[in-house]
Design a protein around this ligand. Structure first.
Ligand code: 5GP
Ligand code: ZN
Length: 113
């Protein structure tokens, strides 16, 4: 999608620090990390959010698998990590291209309100 930040990152028009890639997914470091490890895993094709990804279960599974492989690459597979899909206004989602946050590398706090 022409006006999408993450589509531009996937196309290489905006630089990113890549961590992992498959034929359908790309993972790169978050520009404003919320923990020592903070990587975003995105589908290469534009899908707005998790609600849309639910219509593409193979892609959803590919994103989760890529997230586990990112955790392994980052050395946090055993120490623990958190997967987050922010979806909609109440979750404060800011980028309208679906993305899986992979967070870890230190003790995370509780989350919620
Ligand atoms: P959301 O709040 O939509 O779930 O998460 C969007 C994430 O994208 C945020 O954690 C934010 O720091 C990250 N982000 C926004 N712009 C850029 C960018 O240009 N490059 C990278 N690598 N991450 C970005
Ligand atoms: Zn996009």
């Amino acid at each position: 999608m022409a006006d999408c930040l993450f589509c531009k990152i996937i196309a290489g028009d905006i630089p990113s620090t890549g961590v992992h890639e498959t034929d359908t997914t790309y993972a790169f470091r978050d520009i404003n990390p919320q923990s020592r490890v903070h990587v975003l895993v995105v589908p290469k094709n534009h899908h707005e959010d998790a609600n849309e990804l639910a219509n593409h279960p193979n892609l959803l599974a590919a994103l989760l698998k890529a997230g586990v492989e990112v955790a392994d690459i980052e050395g946090i597979k055993d120490s623990g990590y958190r997967f987050v899909f922010n979806t909609g206004d109440d979750a404060c989602r800011t980028v309208f291209h679906a993305h899986l946050h992979v967070l870890g590398g230190e003790q995370l706090t509780d989350f919620g309100r």
